[in-house]
Design a binder for this molecule. Structure first.
Ligand code: ARG
Length: 399
């Protein structure tokens, strides 16, 4: 009996070649393709997979599950890897791995497979996620071990085996897309000193070509979930994010250019576009700052964004650490309610207004007008006690 394998399949050159390569080695290949909001037509995927040798091709719409179960918790953590990357590609891997495991169990397959290379993060995310869910599954990563040493050799193999390949001239970039953003690497981006060429970007215009008038966008949150933009309510979070990508993208908002530390020890130059996520991060942070007391807000900022980002980046999605952090963030998210007004202009997003029924901002306390209700004498006593340690120090220093 043939060995069954469920392959994460994008329909690109690598994964199409993998189908045939595994078939030649005695595997029966079932492809799995997820719609995570990459905005590509997937209707021809089954035909393509089968033409490459797959016995069955599964295509599933995971947009809403991805938005609610993966993007939203990451937003609530304000997680940015190394302070910059909103983790777009890192988030889709555990979800796809979970589906591969589900189908492997349902269809009696002992193997799952992916098309990641041996020097990236994605192999780690796919494999660690798979084993966390089902440690008896074996993972195949053909790209790590096959004989092809260049794209040209793969194309040659594809043509020889009548695997459908696009003959159009491809961009020199390696691109991964989902509704949370686009990751772009390789080609001219490999020189970190060089500005990314304009053709690297897909979802954002350059700030120079953005409209000359600013656009305001109002985002409304209920219990830590974005529910409306411009007063328009969305049933599905994925639709809200996709719309926000359009609005912010046409103002050139959400471009990120960085050198990041990969798990395998390499530094790599990465370019990202995350227009919607960039707006939502700013809006969420703004409401948190309004509804949380100082102690809790500072604790959150010190301990959560960086730690959560590392957990996601390093492929530990299905760890108790991630669920425990989620529980913490959820208890704060319940207080995140209200509206944030943001201004989009020439590649920049700035918060210009915020309001919340749970706001802790008290005008009587903050005002410098005659309405002031703050006890200024208390300020004097407070400052005395607060400043005591340095006052003592000053005395000792002066002998
Ligand atoms: N460096 C990013 C990450 O590790 C993006 C990887 C995206 N993959 C790709 N094939 N472009 O999450």
């Amino acid at each position: 009996m043939a060995k069954k394998v469920i392959l994460a399949y994008s329909g690109g050159l690598d994964t199409s070649v993998i189908v045939r390569w595994l078939t030649d080695r005695g595997y029966e290949v079932i492809t799995y393709t997820a719609d995570v909001g990459q905005g590509e037509e997937l209707s021809e995927i089954p035909q393509k997979a089968k033409a490459s040798g797959a016995v069955e091709a599964i295509v599933e719409d995971l947009k809403e599950e991805f938005a609610k179960e993966y993007c939203l918790p990451t937003l609530r953590a304000l997680a940015l890897y190394e302070g910059k990357y909103p983790l777009t590609a890192s988030l889709s891997r555990p979800l796809i791995a979970k589906k591969l495991v589900e189908y492997a169990e349902r269809m009696g397959a002992d193997f799952v497979a992916h098309g990641s290379t041996g020097k990236g993060n994605d192999q780690v995310r796919f494999e660690v996620s798979t084993w966390a869910l089902n440690p008896s599954l074996k993972v195949l990563a053909p790209v790590r071990e096959w004989e092809f040493r260049s794209r040209e050799e793969e194309v040659e193999y594809a043509l020889k085996h009548r695997i459908p390949v696009k003959v159009t001239k491809e961009k020199p970039y390696s691109i991964d897309k989902n509704l949370w953003g686009v990751s772009i690497e390789c080609g001219p981006l490999e020189d970190p000193a060089v500005e990314p060429p304009e053709d690297a970007f897909e979802w954002t215009v350059s700030p120079e070509r953005a409209p000359d008038t600013a656009e305001y966008v109002e985002v409304e949150f209920k219990e830590g979930t974005p529910v409306a933009i411009q007063g328009k309510h969305f049933q599905r979070l994925s639709d809200l994010i996709l719309e926000l990508n359009q609005v912010a993208g046409r103002h050139g908002v959400g471009r990120i250019d960085m050198v990041e530390n990969r798990l395998v020890g390499i530094k790599s130059r990465e370019v990202y576009e995350a227009p919607g996520a960039t707006v939502l991060y700013q809006a969420y942070r703004e409401l948190l700052s309004l509804v949380l007391d100082r102690f809790t807000f500072h604790y959150f900022l010190t301990h959560i964004p960086h730690e959560y980002a590392k957990v996601v980046y390093e492929g530990l999605w299905f760890s108790p650490l991630r669920s425990a952090l989620d529980a913490f963030n959820l208890s704060l998210a319940k207080m995140v309610e209200g509206k944030v007004r943001l201004k989009l202009y020439k590649g920049k997003v700035s918060v210009v207004g915020r309001s919340s029924p749970k706001s802790l901002y008290v005008e009587d306390l903050a005002t410098y007008s005659e309405k002031d209700a703050f006890d200024h004498k208390a300020g004097a006593s407070f400052t005395q006690v607060f400043g005591l340690p340095l006052r003592v120090l000053g005395r000792v220093r002066r002998g």
